[in-house]
Design a protein around this ligand. Structure first.
Ligand code: F6R
Length: 609
């Protein structure tokens, strides 16, 4: 949720921290701050508002000299966005300065205890408890103080810590929130995510839960919770730096929408050899696949919508029952799980708190965990039995697009792989599915060519108060995602309904001029969809219909606006029908003047429950 960056080296720290925070602003953007050491002591400058406010105060970093520092961009959880609640948080005596991502769940209990012992608190944040506790336990050894603090706090944290007594050191520790250490020449870094430090180094270490790092200009030392020194393997980041930049597009979201054909190609092509799906190093054997009695897909938000598509594909091709849950419900609903349940976890970031907790719960019940993750080396990837990466590259815009597309592609590949292992579809059908899978990147590119039609349609309706998305079967799954995209970036109220369900209640919302977007690509139910379109039109709705090319003429008879996508195997249709609707959400938000890449109240990586 929040973004952390830290620097120790020979250069001026503040400009490097601000630069890193810019790259992390997608993680939180309601306030920002930095702390820097210099010859006059440890200085903290922080401010409510976007990073640009802090940049102005610091004159781009020039007004705060010093070569060691930490910075933070915040997404508020405890305490409203304000100057005092911004990070870094400072201990009462000024000894410790802390930046934090995550939630300290027992902060109130700890705060009350410290206040009872005379410690004065300045903010409403949970983070301040960490700074105060560090000072409380500190007797001259920072590592020991950190050890005591992590033994007391509950919840999740990635922490960057400075101590006034150690101006030549930067400390970091994490649990359930990501933190990486960047290795430079005569300089070292900490960061929540790779883009923050990619212009300085490609060599990183990933901290694991409760591991502590101590950075100086020339060295990085790692310790476990017992304070025993540990060795860690460095990792080299392979992605192109351009992948983390806008590359000429006005927004990351638009860039990422147009990266989808390439992302699909990178995700699919290496996994097809001699006409068959080859799934990386998946250890799931044929016998284990034969023993699967149930599949559970667990995810949040957009990733959950991938699971909704998966249900149709799995049950039709494999005849294995599939349950799909949002992670925050799954973890508390006491699902029936055993060693014959395959749990598929889907997550772009690989760090989503609810999804991770669901994974751990399922693992504890003996389920096999297969995860679909975009961020290499993330916690979910590390804790799964098998991982299939979506090779989408970094997704920076808060609204997910290319992660969704590539997650769907991986789902199709899992289904086809398992169908092959089980022999559950004919060779002829399999050949058709494989051909369609390989055409997917080109067909996606085709769908994205006609952005003007969508732009025009958006220009007619960007002032709407409400919009409804309807569909049946896989088109309903796509409706869920299209509706989420629109509401999260344009702030227009929108809902997705199964078209057959309208008459059981939601149709009462339709009045003269209400906009309904009817996704009708699933040909088997096209006629039934048209009946539903007639029902809403009879009550005054304006309808944009989305269908496959063969049905264009029929759709024209029933709807006010149309958009066609190429024909493809039916369970793959959401991969195409979503594309014009991502563009639609983008243009509506742009015409309304919304902050597309950083929509209000949202953050990219949701590492709190
Ligand atoms: C919506 C969106 C979110 C995420 C959700 C899960 O555009 O991006 O709904 O899909 O927060 O995040 P991950 O996939 O990182 O677990």
């Amino acid at each position: 949720m929040c973004g952390i960056v830290g620097y120790i080296g020979e250069e001026q720290a503040a400009p490097i921290l601000l630069n890193g925070l810019q790259k992390l602003e997608y993680r939180g953007y309601d306030s920002a701050g930095v702390a820097v050491y210099n010859s006059t002591g440890l200085h903290v400058v922080k401010s409510k508002g976007r990073l640009s406010v802090l940049e102005g105060i610091l004159e781009g970093g020039k007004s705060l000299p010093g070569t060691v520092g930490i910075g933070h961009t915040r997404w508020a959880t405890h305490g409203a966005p304000s100057d005092v609640n911004s990070h870094p948080q400072v201990s009462d005596g000024g000894k410790f300065v802390v930046v934090h991502n995550g939630i300290i769940e027992n902060y109130l209990e700890l705060k009350n205890r410290l206040m009872g012992r005379g410690v004065e608190f300045a903010s409403d944040t949970d983070t301040e408890v960490v700074a105060q506790l560090l000072e409380y336990y500190y007797t001259g050894d920072v590592l020991e103080a950190i050890q005591k603090v992590i033994a007391r706090v509950e919840g999740s944290y990635a922490l960057g810590i400075l101590c006034a007594d150690c101006p030549e050191k930067l400390f970091a520790v994490r649990k359930d929130s990501p933190l990486i250490i960047g290795v430079g020449q005569g300089e070292n870094f900490i960061a929540s995510d790779v883009p923050a430090i990619l212009s300085y180094t490609r060599d990183i270490y990933r901290l694991k839960d409760r591991e502590i790092a101590v950075l100086t200009r020339e060295s990085i030392a790692f310790y476990n919770q017992e304070l025993d020194p540990i060795q860690k393997e460095p990792e080299r980041i392979q992605w192109d730096i351009d992948a983390a930049e806008k590359g000429g597009y006005e927004h990351f979201m638009m860039k990422e929408i147009y990266e989808q054909p390439e992302a699909l190609r990178k995700t699919i092509s290496p996994r097809i050899r001699e006409g068959k799906i080859v799934l990386d190093d998946i250890t799931l054997t044929r016998e284990q696949i034969q023993n699967i009695r149930k599949v559970c897909i667990v995810a949040c938000g957009t990733a959950y919508h991938v699971g909704v598509v998966a249900k149709y594909a799995f049950e039709r091709l494999l005849k294995i029952p599939l349950e799909v849950d949002v992670a925050s419900e799954f973890r508390y609903r006491e699902p029936i799980l055993d060693e014959n349940t395959l749990v598929i976890i889907i997550s772009q970031s690989g760090e989503t708190a609810d999804t991770l907790a669901a994974l751990r719960m399922a693992k504890a019940k003996g389920c096999r965990i297969l995860s679909i993750v975009n961020v290499v080396g993330s916690t979910i990837a590390n804790e799964s039995d098998d991982v299939l990466y979506t090779w989408a590259g970094p997704e920076i815009a808060v609204a997910s697009t290319k992660a969704y597309s590539t997650q769907l592609a991986v789902i199709y590949m899992i289904v086809l792989y398992m169908a092959d292992q089980l022999g559950s579809v004919s060779q002829e059908e399999m050949a058709q599915y494989m051909a369609d899978l390989q055409r997917l990147p080109d067909l996606a590119a085709e769908c994205l060519q006609d952005k003007e039609t969508i732009q025009y349609f958006a220009s007619q309706y960007f002032n709407a108060h409400d919009m409804y998305f309807i569909g049946r079967n896989v088109d309903y799954a796509a409706s869920l995602e299209a509706s989420l995209k629109l509401k999260e970036i344009s702030y227009i109220h929108s809902e997705a309904y199964t078209a057959g369900e309208l008459k059981h209640g939601p149709i009462s919302l339709i009045e003269d001029g209400t906009l309904v977007i009817a996704i009708a690509t699933y040909e088997k139910l096209f006629d039934k969809m048209m009946s539903n379109v007639r029902e809403v039109k009879a009550r005054g709705a304006v309808v944009l219909g989305i269908t496959v090319q063969d049905k264009e003429e029929a759709l024209k008879q029933e709807t006010d606006f149309q958009f066609c996508v190429p024909k493809i195997t039916d369970f793959m249709l959401p991969s195409l029908s979503i594309l014009p609707l991502q563009l639609f959400a983008y243009y509506v938000a742009s015409m309304k003047g919304c902050d597309i890449d950083k929509p209000r109240n949202l953050a990219k990586s949701v590492t709190v429950e």
